[in-house]
Ligand binder design. Structure first.
Ligand SMILES: NC(=O)c1ccc[n+]([C@@H]2O[C@H](COP(=O)([O-])OP(=O)(O)OC[C@H]3O[C@@H](n4cnc5c(N)ncnc54)[C@H](O)[C@@H]3O)[C@@H](O)[C@H]2O)c1
Length: 285
């Protein structure tokens, strides 16, 4: 028996990348899934993949910057499958990119409407349906960029930090209804969002990204889907208000990622080396 047998989920941004991998994983665990996305062609392909993986799925065209569209995705779950147990607020994009003083207020607002306001609206419209069935699981995609910051991604970082904060406050309010609220902070994951901006695309990105964190391979959408499955299933019944980091160790400490060290090789360390007082140190030649 699957971990999500008889459960019904809405996943936004499920036409591609992390959302698509999660929809396929959920379907394989017995869930019925509403694939909500702007991208009709990609969304319909995900529906086919979900069905091939043993689950049920429908596509709902949705722009998550529209409250009406988000409510329609929730309504579709109830109309089509009779209930709502899980919402995964995942749709996203890079949004406003570049120096702060060159960023228009309009692009800042557009970023926030998709990356943060949509998460608020997803929670708002899912909660009444989850109350009817005695509980549920709300998951959102934040980012390690919401924990640390990233050059030139001001609106993105601030919005993702907002997702983490909203997750915490919502979890406090909704615990009494047995609605858990968590978010996932992915590290660098090879999806069209990241590799479509890189010359050479997916192939080059996959090689490059492997050096972003200590774990010696590129992050995959399936890595995030596995965490989403844990948060959606009853296995995480006592977990709420958390930002789950899935990043191959990228945020574990300074110098964790080879890419962050640039082209400089990591300093050589001898077995059982002792770093003594600096005035006694000999600079390597
Ligand atoms: N890929 C990474 O390295 C990474 C890291 C941290 C966080 N994230 C987050 O993960 C989430 C998924 O991104 P991904 O990497 O899978 O990218 P992706 O581009 O593969 O998928 C994002 C999906 O969101 C949809 N979308 C965008 N704007 C929308 C809108 N207004 N309404 C409805 N759908 C919309 C797109 O059509 C697409 O299907 C995003 O929230 C992103 O910020 C990604």
């Amino acid at each position: 028996m699957g971990k999500l047998e008889k459960k019904v989920a809405v996943i936004t941004g499920a036409a591609s990348g992390i959302g698509r991998a999660t929809a396929i994983r959920f379907a394989g665990e017995g869930a019925s899934v509403v694939i909500a996305d702007l991208n009709k062609e990609g969304g319909e392909a995900t529906v086919r993949d979900c069905k091939e993986n043993g689950g049920n799925a429908v596509f709902q065209i949705a722009d998550v910057s529209s409250e009406e569209n988000i409510k329609s995705a929730v309504d579709r779950a109830v109309k089509e499958f009779g209930r709502l147990d899980i919402i995964y607020n995942n749709a996203g994009l890079g949004g406003a990119v570049g120096p702060l003083e060159k960023t228009s207020a309009e692009n800042w607002d557009r970023s926030f409407s998709i990356l943060l306001r949509a998460v608020f609206l997803g929670i708002k419209h899912a909660v009444p349906e989850m109350r009817k069935t005695g509980g549920g699981s709300i998951i959102s995609t934040a980012s390690i960029a919401g924990l640390r910051g990233a050059a030139g991604l001001h609106a993105y970082c601030a919005a993702k930090a907002g997702v983490i904060s909203l997750t915490r406050s919502a979890s406090i309010e909704l615990a009494k209804d047995k609605i858990r609220v968590n978010c996932i902070c992915p590290g660098l994951i090879a999806t069209p969002l990241t590799y479509n901006r890189i010359p050479g695309g997916e192939q080059t990105a996959t090689q490059l990204f492997a050096a972003f964190q200590p774990w010696p391979r590129t992050g995959r959408p399936e890595d995030i889907a596995a965490m989403a499955l844990f948060l959606a299933s009853d296995d995480s019944e006592f977990v709420s208000g958390q930002a789950m980091v899935v990043d191959g160790g990228a945020t574990s400490g300074m110098g964790a990622g080879n890419l962050q060290r640039g082209s400089q090789p990591a300093p050589q360390m001898l077995d059982d080396e002792w770093a003594g007082p600096s005035f006694q140190m000999k600079r390597p030649t």
